[in-house]
Design a protein around this ligand. Structure first.
Ligand SMILES: *[C@@H]1O[C@H](CO)[C@@H](O)[C@H](O)[C@H]1NC(C)=O
Ligand SMILES: *[C@@H]1O[C@H](CO)[C@@H](O)[C@H](O)[C@H]1NC(C)=O
Ligand SMILES: *[C@@H]1O[C@H](CO)[C@@H](O)[C@H](O)[C@H]1NC(C)=O
Ligand SMILES: *[C@@H]1O[C@H](CO)[C@@H](O)[C@H](O)[C@H]1NC(C)=O
Ligand SMILES: *[C@@H]1O[C@H](CO)[C@@H](O)[C@H](O)[C@H]1NC(C)=O
Length: 397
């Protein structure tokens, strides 16, 4: 059996090489993970099969598809997809199957990532369900101590020209998707699901990255649906449904005193259902050279959201050992336009800005937020800007 499998593998590599020689015009080389020893029975670990398939794909100087057929694949450790030495022009990971994490949360929980991509370019992930089985780790965190931090389900580092489409991430141990030091990443048609109370399960986290697009995502999770960290530039988020979750957040910023800014972010057509926050900008009360500049919040529906519009420059969850400085994060040129719905608290618009560097250029237009049919209120300090047309509640700028 083993002999037969290694024969199949060698055979598929030989075919691959032949195709990459002669198939310059159309043929995309296709590699099936089954021929690398992956088992769709949910029981046999497939870490090695996935990384072997990736290595084979990288060796092909052509367009390659790695195909994961229907079935359940146990993946009980980190799978690293490294691109530095890839010869391939483009790699598509086409996944019809479900990848499942191990029952023992320690196996993944002590790694930083479940699936990590570093230094890759021209990579597409098409489809696939990633079920990290995070519940047992969250239970550990809720009840015990000495729990590992947990793994991010899909992480991209130092990569460019990447597309992630039609992916489902279920019950991630920590962040579902994280983008770090990347350029030109498109995330489309993804679904993210984890319960309300699952800790640190941010849906999509972006930092130190440029030219990022997130389109048509449905995110239900225990932390921020989308979190936008320092060094994010040219980000378009369009058509997101969020809830449960903590909303779409720029921040937390001012985690350190030296920090890159967040620049040119647009969030369009977002729907928030029973989230803790809607559109939030948050920074720790710490001096920092970071900043937020040119943000557009265009069109949002709030359904029973605790803080629909929030700028919090005194962010300090848990209220213990907080730095107690004025935040050094300068927030300038932020537009809120076309934001409607219901607030679950009376203060629908709260802007608690830094006294040292007040928020400036805050523009509000076409806003209509109420508190269960009653009038909502604003609470704003150290904010300046302008109000255009109908803004309810008004009085912030
Ligand atoms: C990326 O893929 C496209 C489409 O196949 C191709 O035209 C381009 O040359 C590739 N880029 C690199 C850097 O390989
Ligand atoms: C949005 O994404 C979902 C998958 O999450 C997909 O079924 C649907 O067709 C997408 N809608 C559009 C307009 O692309
Ligand atoms: C701002 O980001 C958008 C994408 O969201 C991009 O099209 C535009 O060119 C960027 N603007 C600048 C000045 O870089
Ligand atoms: C709004 O959400 C709160 C919890 O945040 C809940 O208690 C309340 O029943 C919800 N109201 C409606 C009308 O959905
Ligand atoms: C900031 O807000 C505080 C509290 O409302 C106020 O006392 C202070 O004068 C404001 N500072 C500036 C620079 O506007």
């Amino acid at each position: 059996m083993a002999l037969f499998l290694s024969f199949v593998r060698v055979f598929s590599i030989v075919i691959t090489i032949i195709m990459s020689h002669f198939g310059q015009f159309d043929a995309r080389t296709s590699l099936n993970v089954l021929s690398f020893g992956a088992k769709p029975n949910g029981m046999v670990d497939s870490v090695k099969a996935f990384s072997d398939a990736w290595d084979a794909a990288c060796g092909v100087a052509d367009s390659v598809v790695i195909y994961v057929p229907k079935g359940r694949y146990l993946v009980s450790g980190e799978v690293r997809f490294e691109g530095e030495s890839c010869r391939s022009r483009e790699i598509t990971l086409r996944i019809d199957g479900t990848l499942i994490g191990p029952q023992d949360y320690n196996l993944l929980g002590k790694k930083e990532n479940w699936f990590s991509f570093s230094g890759v370019h021209n990579v597409t992930i098409l489809g696939g369900s990633f079920d990290a089985k995070g519940t047992t780790l969250w239970n550990c965190k809720a009840n015990g101590y000495n729990c590992p931090e947990g793994a991010t389900t899909l992480r991209f580092m130092d990569s460019y020209d990447v597309k992630i489409k039609g992916v489902l991430s279920l019950n991630s141990q920590l962040f579902h998707i994280a983008i770090n030091r990347c350029r030109n990443i498109k995330i489309e048609d993804v679904r993210i699901i984890a319960p309300d109370e699952s800790p640190n399960t941010d849906g999509i986290h972006i930092q130190l990255s440029t030219d990022i697009e997130v389109q048509n995502a449905s995110i239900k999770t225990g932390d921020d649906c989308i979190s936008i960290g320092p060094g994010t530039k040219n980000l378009m988020v369009d058509g997101i449904t969020c809830g449960p979750g903590h909303g779409i957040s720029i921040g937390s910023l001012a985690k350190s005193t030296e920090e890159q800014g967040v620049e040119n972010v647009t969030v369009k057509r977002a729907v928030f259902v029973r989230t803790d926050n809607g559109l939030r900008i948050k920074s720790w009360p710490r001096h920092s050279n970071g900043f937020v500049e040119r943000v557009r919040f265009l069109g949002a529906l709030m359904v029973n959201v605790s803080y629909p519009i929030l700028i919090d420059q005194n962010y300090c969850p848990g209220d213990s050992s907080c730095p107690s400085q004025e935040s050094g994060i300068k927030i300038n040129d932020v537009i809120y336009s076309g934001i409607k719905g219901t607030s679950a608290t009376k203060v629908a618009i709260k802007m608690d800005c830094s006294e040292q560097v007040p928020c400036t250029g805050i523009r509000m237009q076409a806003i209509n937020l109420n508190y269960y049919g009653e009038a909502a209120e604003t609470s704003c300090t150290n904010v300046s800007g302008k109000q255009l047309g109908l803004v309810t509640p008004s009085g912030c700028v």
